[in-house]
Structures are given as structure tokens and as C-alpha cells.
Design a protein around this ligand. Structure first.
Ligand code: LLP
Length: 435
């Protein structure tokens, strides 16, 4: 077990293992950079979430946030587990349907949806989570023109401030997401009056990588105020309350440990209070975890190309950069790094791990204590299952890596490594330029 990660271990050769498979062997077989996902870990975390949120009298549904990891195999695993899906684009919606999610288990959220996206959502019959009064008007027009019935909810901005990276806070009063609480009555009244719309629920999502359960209680309390006024002033009984995702995980041993149960308890404290006080019928509760389910299931294996000492720092240059793992650059995110082929050696020096993208900002990890690292060693970045591969790009004209799934001690490719041909496949040199 590496830290708190039961699916990672060290074998007799001193190699890192994931799900019982030698990570160094995987790097040799499939080359690097390589993402490796442990199937059992995804399943375990999903079940943990279900157990933590199960409450008597409440129908709780997990809508996996597909944006965290949209690998079809991962989606399929979660579908098999019984999850629903939270999607935000045509691609995600099609991917979810493709692997077998039922339309009635899908919620489509997005802060500005195109007409094409709205139409696809209408045709598919998923819940459309509206983000503004303007979007409501557009949807009404589309429904009237095409004679569709739409199942809708509204995303409410509860105006709370979670302690997370500023780019990951989505429910601040000045955020671009959702309608303001003060607009809710007008929005729901307009939706309820339209014969093409079926008002089904209400939604919030306050941010991501949140490690403070109290902020959920505060936000859910505000959301429930809106739920109550919809009931009391408009007579609307909502079928579901979606409290979003964002439950944080421990990237470093120093991160605060918050169990998923603590998040569930905080949210239910607010919901129960309102349900009891206002004698509401217990609604279905939706949650949209992404990171919590897939975050620690995956490692990124990279190879050391060069070791460079300067008077200021020792750089370990690896064969991946922010094109492969964007989080350190984008959010100053911390990912634990281990030397996969020297797991039994003690830390010897403090090094900085430099990516191979031609930009100064491309540092994947700063000032890490590692065993003496040499060229050819394999490093593993841990906890890269959420927003890892899916945020990778082809910047610097490098193909995106392969993804391998480890399943009961056996490894299998779930996404091929891209090739140079993939890089140029969509490129066209106009005839005019050919002479
Ligand atoms: N629901 C909605 C409406 C969302 O926008 C998100 C994430 C989630 C659920 C799932 O949040 P989670 O449980 O995974 O925290 N790229 C960033 C994270 C961006 C999150 C965007 N929305 C990162 O690498 O940390």
C-alpha cells in the first residue's frame, strides 16, 4: 500500500505494482508515457460513495461526472455498477449513450449550450439542466418548433465560497454558472407555465477538489430555501435535488482527510432540516462525483530522459509534459511522484521534475525528495485518474499516450497510443499550396 492507496504496492523486485501488476513491466511493454487504471479501485470507490450517501427514505442516485475521465471502458465499468451520468457536451452525451447509460439516467449540464446540443439532449430524452433564463427561452422555442417535451431543472448559484483553487470554485456569487437564487422563482414559474416543459428538479455544483464538508451544508441549506419557496409560493414539488460533485481527495499525505461520509452527512443535515421543518416529501437526491470515484485509480508512468544539474536545481527531464498531465501547470496541482523501479530505495535528493514541452511553466513537480534517479528510470505520477488523460493535448505535436486497464491482475489496452499519422490525419494542405 502506498500511502492510503490499497491498490498500489511494492513487489520483491522493488517495483511499483498497480492492481497486482508490475508497473515497470507495463512501461516496458506499452512504452511511456502511459496511463494505467485499476478497475477494481474505480468499482470500490463508486461503492464507497453509494454506501456513504445511502439514507433511509431517500432515493439517492449517483450521476458520475463523465468529464473527470471519459474513457469508454471507465464509463462502461460505472454503468455496470449502476451509475447514471452527468454530461456537458455532445461528445460526453454520445459517449454515455454509446456505453449503455439510459437517457433517463443522464443529466445534461453546461453553462452555455448550443442549439445543436439542446436538440440532441431533447432527442435523447435526458434531463436538461438549464443555466440561465436566456437558455430557458431558447429551449422553449426549440420545443415549440420541433414539438419536443423537455425534462428540465435549473442550476442555482448558491453564492458560497469553497476553499479550493480559484479556477475550481463554481458557486461564488460572481461565477459564470447557474441562475442567481433571486431569479429562481421567475425561472421556475416560466418553466412550469410552458406546456412543453416538465420541471423535474434543481441543481447546484459549487466547485471541485473541496475538502471542507461545511461548505456543502451551507450551500445545501441555501438550495433548500429555494426548494421550499418553490413549494410554498408556486406549489412546485421537485422530483430531484442534485447537489453536484466536487468531493475532494487526498493528493498528498499532508492533505486533510475527509471521508465521503462526512460530505454526505453535511449535505443530509441541510436537506433533513428543511424536509422536517417544512414537511416536504423526501425528494430523490442526485450527486455528481467525478474525481472521488476515479481520481486515485490511475497512475501516469513516464521515463527519465535526462538528469541535469544546474547551480540552482537538479532537473529530472521526463518524456511527458503539460500536454500529458495539465493539472500541475493549470492549478498548481500536486501529484505524488515515486520512482517505480526503485521503490525500496530511500529518498536521497531533492529534485524538480521537468516536462518536455518547450515552455518554462512545464514543471510537473517541484522540490521532491526521491531516491537517486538516473536516465531510463520510470517515474509514476499518482492519482491521475481524474482530469488526467482527458485533459491531455497534442501540443508540441506529440501524440497522446496509451491507456491501459488492469483487471484482476491482467493488463489490457483501453486506448491506443496515438501515432504521427493520428497527428496529421485531419490536416489538409490545399492544392494551391502544393505546387
Ligand atoms: N458536476 C458539475 C456540474 C461539474 O462541473 C463538475 C466538475 C463535477 C460535477 C465533478 O466534479 P468533481 O467531483 O470531479 O470534483 N479540471 C479540474 C477540475 C474541473 C472540474 C469541473 N467540473 C481539475 O483538474 O482539478
Amino acid at each position: 500500500m502506498i500511502g492510503h492507496r490499497p491498490h498500489l504496492s511494492v513487489n520483491d523486485e522493488g517495483h511499483l505494482e498497480i492492481g497486482g501488476v508490475d508497473a515497470v513491466g507495463l512501461a516496458e511493454t506499452y512504452k511511456t508515457p502511459l496511463y494505467v487504471t485499476d478497475e477494481e479501485r474505480v468499482r470500490t470507490r463508486y461503492r464507497e460513495v453509494c454506501a456513504a450517501f445511502s439514507r433511509s427514505g431517500y432515493d439517492v442516485r449517483v450521476k458520475y461526472a463523465c468529464k473527470a475521465n471519459t474513457s469508454l471502458a471507465v464509463l462502461r465499468i460505472l454503468r455496470q455498477e449502476g451509475a447514471g451520468a452527468d454530461v456537458l457536451s455532445e461528445g460526453e452525451l454520445r459517449a454515455a449513450l454509446h456505453v449503455g447509460f439510459r437517457p433517463e439516467d443522464i443529466i445534461f449540464t453546461g453553462n452555455n449550450k448550443s442549439d445543436e446540443e439542446l436538440l440532441l439532449a431533447l432527442e435523447s430524452g435526458v434531463v436538461i439542466n438549464l443555466d440561465s433564463l436566456h437558455e430557458l427561452e431558447r429551449l422553449k422555442e426549440l420545443c415549440a418548433k420541433r414539438r419536443f417535451k423537455a425534462r428540465v431543472s435549473f442550476r442555482i448559484n448558491p453564492a458560497v465560497s469553497p476553499k479550493t483553487h480559484p479556477h475550481l470554485a463554481t458557486g461564488l456569487k460572481e461565477s459564470k454558472f447557474g441562475i442567481q437564487q433571486g431569479e429562481a422563482l421567475e425561472a421556475y414559474r416560466a418553466a412550469a407555465e410552458d406546456r412543453h416543459l416538465l420541471v423535474e428538479g434543481i441543481h447546484m455544483h459549487i466547485g471541485s477538489q473541496i475538502l471542507d464538508p461545511e461548505v456543502y451544508e451551507e450551500a445545501a441549506t441555501r438550495l433548500m430555501e429555494t426548494v421550499c419557496s418553490l413549494k410554498e409560493e408556486l406549489g412546485i414539488d421537485l422530483g430531484f435535488i442534485d447537489v453536484g460533485g466536487g468531493f475532494g481527495i487526498r493528493y498528498s499525505e499532508g492533505d486533510r482527510y475527509v471521508s465521503i461520509k462526512e460530505f454526505a452527512d453535511a449535505i443530509f443535515a441541510a436537506i433533513d432540516r428543511a424536509v422536517e421543518k417544512r414537511r416536504l416529501k423526501k425528494p430523490a437526491i442526485f450527486i455528481e462525483p467525478g474525481r472521488y470515484i476515479v481520481g486515485d485509480s490511475t497512475i501516469l508512468l513516464v521515463k527519465v530522459n535526462t538528469v541535469k544539474e544546474t547551480p540552482y536545481r537538479k532537473f529530472i527531464g521526463v518524456d511527458a509534459g503539460f500536454n500529458t498531465l495539465a493539472r500541475p501547470l493549470l492549478y498548481n496541482a500536486y501529484h505524488e511522484v515515486v520512482v517505480a523501479n526503485r521503490m525500496k530505495e530511500r529518498p536521497k535528493e531533492v529534485v524538480t521534475i521537468a516536462g518536455n514541452v518547450c515552455e518554462s511553466g512545464d514543471i510537473l513537480a517541484c522540490d521532491r525528495s526521491l531516491p537517486a534517479v538516473s536516465e531510463g528510470d520510470i517515474l509514476a505520477f499518482l492519482d491521475t485518474g481524474a482530469y488526467g488523460f482527458i485533459m491531455a493535448s497534442q501540443y508540441n505535436f506529440r501524440p497522446r499516450p496509451a491507456v491501459v486497464l488492469v483487471r484482476g491482475g491482467v493488463d489490457m489496452v483501453i486506448r491506443d497510443r496515438e501515432s504521427f499519422e493520428d497527428l496529421i490525419e485531419k490536416e489538409r494542405i490545399p492544392e494551391e499550396l502544393k505546387s
